[in-house]
Ligand binder design. Sequence first.
Ligand code: GRF
Length: 201
Amino acid sequence: MKGVVLISGSGSNLQSLIDNASSIDLSIEAVISNKKEAFGLQRAQQSNIPTHALDHKLFSSREDFDQNLSQLIGQYNPDIVILAGFMRILTAEFTQKYTGKMLNIHPSLLPKFQGLNTHQRALDAGEKEHGVSVHFVTAELDGGPIIAQSKIKVLANDDVESLAKRILIEEHKLFPEVIHWFTQDRLKLEKNQATLDGQLL
Ligand code: GRF
């Protein structure tokens, strides 16, 4: 199955998809970043994957950026659009274009801690458990139907860095697994609910 991956940063999740691509039947056709300095672009280039930097600051509006992004993605005609640390709020028009075929990974146990700084907020709230979620993308930021989560225990001496480190390890396992469900045609978005093999998740 053909996928386009959107990133904004380090791209460690992208790397886990590159490393697992053949076993999860994913052909990464292109990687697009809204930041030209994103290290993930170098990771893609090292694996001979076409890359594009589309700087959101060069566009007059969110709509304008999203239209250009959508045009770029469209050139690759992907079956799946993967948000792997893509730190942009997307317009409803853009998300609707890819309903049921766009997945995001978010470092919290959604619906808790949508948005930014999830590890600090989990610590501030005194959470005993924290984790990561993969969900279908809808117009609501980090609010689409949840597909799968991995949990970790929050330890007494945890800080943002230690949580981020342990959660990334979970992310790198969970995201390829969920994407494999999708490439096997087992994962669907039906009536705004995620299903696996026809069963509600
Ligand atoms: C991850 O924690 C992901 O869940 C979040 O942004 C981070 C991206 O990390 N959306 P990386 O660029 O994949 O290393």
